[in-house]
Ligand binder design. Structure first.
Ligand code: G3P
Ligand code: MG
Length: 243
């Protein structure tokens, strides 16, 4: 059955990539959580989407220019400021403390597409190993060099290539590079795309699928995972298609 991944946690109703959004996703009863990881100035793995803190916090500047202590001073509530109290930028360690005993998969998106954050792959793997979570992780990135590096460090951890540009023969390319998953924008998951992935033995985890109609279409195309901002809605849709 298709897997329900909460995109940046339950980001449709709570501040994205915060512990609150992750806790609320768990309350829904999801199969997995997708989150975005950067490195702070002092080399800590922090969960935030953008290179800058401006959009999602009450601060300004680059994540890479701020220490963890400086990042922790910010409120990552964004448009929910004052609604759910103060929500700090989580570390990956704090997140693992929450989910270490839960039966969910975590899709860690390495945000190495703009800043390659040298060493982020090794640090992420060390944190995964500190919690013994290798079997509950999918690593993805728009930076396929970063994914490939991670795959070389940990061949047993499932990896996927993120893409949003309708690449020709994506399945053949991904298969040749040794990853197990394709992580395409959902618009690009045509019947032809899905067939090529299935024929190559690749799983499709597609994003950001937020409407019932799109969820139904992705299920019909045989995707493995749906990554969306409304895991509550996705859960309902998946229930209808349960065997
Ligand atoms: O990992 C799926 C999706 O999160 C990729 O795009 O920009 O939302 O991180 P973005
Ligand atoms: Mg992401």
């Amino acid at each position: 059955m298709v897997k329900n991944f909460a995109h940046r946690g339950f980001s449709g109703k709570y501040p994205e990539n915060t512990m609150l959004a992750f806790e609320k996703a768990l309350e829904v009863g999801i199969d997995g959580i997708e989150l975005d990881v950067h490195l702070s100035k002092d080399g800590e793995l922090v969960i935030i989407h953008d290179e800058k803190v401006d959009r999602t916090t009450n601060g300004t500047g680059l994540v890479a220019d701020m220490t963890l202590a400086q990042l922790k001073e910010l409120d990552a509530s964004a448009e929910y400021a004052g609604v759910y109290g103060i929500n700090r930028i989580p570390t990956l360690k704090e997140y693992f403390e929450l989910v270490k005993d839960k039966e969910i998969v975590t899709n860690i998106e390495l945000k190495t597409g703009i800043n390659p954050y040298p060493g982020i792959e090794e640090k992420t793997l060390a944190m995964i190993d500190a919690y013994g979570l290798r079997e509950k992780i999918i690593i993805s990135s728009f930076n396929h060099y970063s994914v490939k590096k991670f795959k070389e460090l940990a061949p047993d951890i499932i990896c996927g290539f993120l893409e949003e540009s309708w690449i020709i023969d994506m399945a053949g390319y991904a298969k040749a590079q040794g990853v197990e998953c394709l992580h395409p924008i959902f618009n690009a998951v045509t019947g032809e795309y899905a067939k090529a992935a299935h024929d190559a033995g690749l799983a499709i985890n597609t994003w950001t699928v937020n409407t019932r109609e799109d969820m139904e279409q992705m299920i019909a195309r045989g995707v493995h995972g749906i990554i969306g901002n409304y895991p509550d809605v996705c859960k309902e849709v998946i229930e209808v298609y349960r065997d």
